[in-house]
Design a protein around this ligand. Structure first.
Ligand code: BGC
Length: 783
């Protein structure tokens, strides 16, 4: 009996029945999609599992090991292995993944070897560091995080994935979700700053954006890195040792990684650093116990670049063979560039030092991802699909990059405290603008520390955008570079001084060299403006013209020594291809700055590591002591947790950022002043917090309203404040809005003295505030 006949028997008209079937099917799809979002992982698909197992059965020991080897076959991003015989290796089934190969032509060429020459025709998975865009380069991740806009982050990652996948690359080594509390660490630029709550939301957004609907050809696998604790490098020196208690690991460093697993991350990268003496790339506790056992992660763990071999230098492995054995047994599935799994794994399995079952499990972890991505069905990439080829970046992509840049800028100072705001500039009054500084027209640096396929010729610099804007607004621009980022001549300075003297307003474009001073191996012991730039700023500022300093940096800089000399400071990070248009629109008020800091800006480098969510200590400084005065200024100001020569507070705290209007906050109100542990899980025990926020200025604006909590009376000390929620609100002048948050079990749970995530009886302070150092607290009790 045909399907049509069956429907006839049900006495439904065929067309109506068809309609019903479609509705039911659509509902099923919607339900599946919802469930998919909850479980979020094709890694749990039984269909994929049976394909993986069937393939595994056919594989020889050497072919299994082959899937666990990864090599860089393009421009190296670390010290090389000296190998280049990839074609031969692939044809013998000895390579599972290649990276740093760009373009469908090249990826297809390698893929053809795998599919035509190797026995089992297992496709190669191609990877690349697509960190903040592939060709359309967005702001560096620290800048992206300053948008406090996970949805925007997701859209940027989606576009990056489409551009990347079109080039045959189906795996990015991103997002970096390392919490970073030390601005000396160059890689602070690659993450979302110092806060685990915001960091987790942003981490999940990257995963959703890159991975989209996993398996579609325009998606790529994400890689949560660097697991774990890499950002806690002592002294902010890259690759350095970390000491992290289990409490701090669970409270601070792990949450963003857990968020990526919950969002369905397909892969993880194990880090370079040691944690409490054990290298992260040979760490059973973090890899097997936490990631696999507690979180149920079923994707691939790849090492970082030679991080398996580096366990020899760490001292936990005596030679390559021991390094391979220890890292493998600890749970690192794939060897990036150490070339040690290739050399030793088969022998270690044969000798029984590595159980066959453990090897099989790692091979499954790799094959599962390859199946999930649809690589077996679509191993090649249409070369004609190459996203832009020789063509320019399309306007819609540029627009997204510009939006991201505009939302990432943080206005640190605008006239206050000693003067009128100078921003936004008025096209009518700023008739001649001096544009000065080494970063005003530096296309390469706008691309940040990871450029992927970013091209300087795609970048619209500040100079270019300003010149265009000026031409159509009757403004004259005097450009002078003034100095180099490092180095420079007196002639350059004199030229800049001359340009400034003739101007109504001076724009100073200063900052760091993205490639040299930020990102990997870009740690600094000094956090001022590099080279002669400070001197240039001082000389220009001394002319007394309204002076706006635009800072391009990959990290919080210590600007206190120069802050008072200029009228306004805009932190622009490295904004990507649309740097110039985004800056011009912001400076002239077509849009208002709305970025908020996600990493504390120190006054001086000696305050590092510096982060808002710190513990109170046993000797916090009492409020009646003026910390801006050195110790000894007033009686009894010693014996507190302070510096004798500088305040504890940052120059600009986490969450901070000004805009072209001001907001006022009413005191927060609580729905109850006490609750009980037992009722906290359900809606009834949850506390609602409301606060009225008003636009007290004369321009419309966006405010990022932030919820902080701080608990006392608990079994372990908890930070004075922790971010637990935020909302972006847009308000017209004079308009106000009551913003509401809930505080329940999720916001109040912490890793306690008995090593459990739980809620305890406590006094809870709650702030609804514009940043982490502002606001008035209200308190409730958990009984
Ligand atoms: C970096 C990783 C990167 C890898 C591959 C390493 O040096 O630490 O972040 O993904 O190289 O390029």
């Amino acid at each position: 009996m045909s399907r049509k006949d069956t429907l006839h028997q049900l006495r439904l008209p065929y067309s109506f029945a068809k309609f019903l079937v479609v509705i039911v099917l659509l509902n099923c799809v919607a339900l599946q999609a919802q469930q998919g979002q909850q479980q979020a992982s094709p890694l749990n698909s039984p269909a994929i599992e049976s394909k993986v197992n069937a393939l595994l059965k056919q594989m020889t020991l050497e072919e299994k090991v082959g899937q666990l080897n990864q090599y860089s076959a393009g421009a190296p991003t670390g010290p090389g292995t000296g190998r280049s015989d990839y074609v031969e290796m692939i044809s013998k089934g000895e390579i599972g993944s290649l990276f740093n190969v760009k373009g469908a032509k090249d990826t297809n060429a390698f893929q053809r070897v795998a599919l035509e020459k190797s026995r089992l025709k297992i496709p190669i998975l191609f990877g690349l560091d697509v960190i903040h865009g592939y060709r359309t380069i967005f702001p560096v991740p620290l800048g992206m995080s300053a948008t406090w806009n996970p949805d925007l982050v997701e859209r940027a990652a989606r576009l990056a994935a489409q551009e990347t996948a079109a080039e045959g690359i189906r795996w990015t080594f991103s997002p970096m979700v390392d919490i970073a509390r030390d601005a000396r660490w160059g890689r602070i630029t690659e993450g979302a700053g110092e806060d685990p709550y915001l960091g987790s939301l942003i981490a999940a957004a990257y995963i959703r954006g890159y991975q989209g609907k996993v398996g579609m050809p325009d998606t790529i696998a994400a890689c949560a890195k660097h697991y774990v604790g890499y950002g806690a490098a002592e002294g902010g020196r890259d690759y350095n040792t970390t000491e992290i208690s289990e409490h701090t690991l669970r409270q601070v460093y792990l949450p963003p990684f857990k968020a990526t697993v919950d969002a369905g991350a397909l892969t993880f990268m194990s880090a370079f650093n040691s944690i409490n003496g054990v290298p992260a790339s040979a760490n059973r506790f973090t890899l097997r116990q936490i990631l696999r056992k507690e979180w149920g992660f079923k994707g691939t763990v790849v090492s970082d670049w030679t991080s398996i071999a580096e366990t020899i230098a760490h001292g936990t492995a005596i030679d390559g063979k021991a390094a391979a054995r220890k890292s493998f047994l600890a749970g690192v599935d794939m060897d990036m560039e150490s070339n040690l799994y290739h050399q030793y794994l088969a022998g270690l399995v044969k000798s029984g030092a590595i159980p066959q079952a453990t090897l099989d499990e790692s091979v499954r972890n790799v094959l599962r991802v390859k199946y999930a991505l649809g690589l077996f069905d679509n191993p090649y990439t249409e070369e004609a699909r190459t996203i832009y080829g020789g063509k320019p970046i399309p306007p819609a992509s540029r627009e997204l990059a510009r939006d991201a840049a505009e939302e990432s800028f943080v206005l640190l100072k605008n006239g206050s405290p000693h003067g009128q705001p100078v921003l936004p500039l008025q096209a009518g009054t700023a008739k001649t603008i001096a544009l000065i500084g080494p970063l005003a027209d530096d296309a390469g640096n706008m691309l940040g520390s990871w450029g992927a396929d970013g091209k300087p010729e795609d970048v619209v610099t500040l100079r270019k955008a300003l010149t265009e804007f000026a031409a159509s607004n009757g403004i004259k621009v005097n450009f002078a570079q003034g100095t180099e980022i490092v180095g420079g001549t007196d002639a350059q300075t004199n030229e800049a001084l001359e340009a400034a003297r003739a101007a109504d307003v001076v724009l100073l474009a200063v900052g760091e060299d993205a490639g040299l001073m930020t990102g990997e191996a870009g740690s600094r012991t000094r956090l001022e403006l590099p080279g002669q730039q400070s001197r240039l700023v001082e000389q220009i500022a001394a002319l007394g013209k309204p002076t706006v300093m635009i800072v391009f940096s990959g990290r919080p800089l210590a600007l206190s020594y120069i802050e008072g000399k200029v009228n306004a400071i805009l932190e622009a990070w490295f904004p990507g291809v649309e740097a110039g248009p985004a800056l011009v629109r912001t400076l002239f008020g077509a849009v208002s700055p709305q970025g908020r800091l996600t990493a504390s800006f120190p006054r001086y480098v000696g305050q590092e590591p510096l982060y808002y969510n710190a513990l109170n200590t046993g000797r916090p400084v009492p409020p009646n002591i003026d910390l801006s005065k050195p110790t000894g200024s007033v009686p009894n100001d010693k014996y507190f947790s302070r510096y004798i020569d500088e305040q504890n507070a940052p120059a600009y705290p986490f969450g901070y950022g000004l805009t072209y209007t001001t907001f006022s906050y009413g005191a927060p109100k609580l729905s109850a002043t006490s609750t009980s542990i037992s009722s906290l899980g359900g809606g009834a025990g949850t506390i609602r917090v409301t606060a009225e926020v008003r636009n007290a200025g004369s321009r419309p604006g966006q405010e990022t309203v932030q919820l902080y909590v701080g608990q006392r009376g608990t079994s372990v000390s908890l930070p004075v404040r922790e971010l637990k929620g935020f909302q972006k609100v847009s308000l017209a002048p004079g308009e106000s809005k009551t913003v509401e948050f809930t505080v329940g079990r999720e916001q109040l749970s912490f890793w306690n003295i008995d090593n459990k995530f739980t809620v305890e009886p406590a006094r809870v302070r709650v702030w609804v505030a514009p940043h982490s150092a502002a606001g008035e607290a209200v308190e409730f009790e958990i009984k």
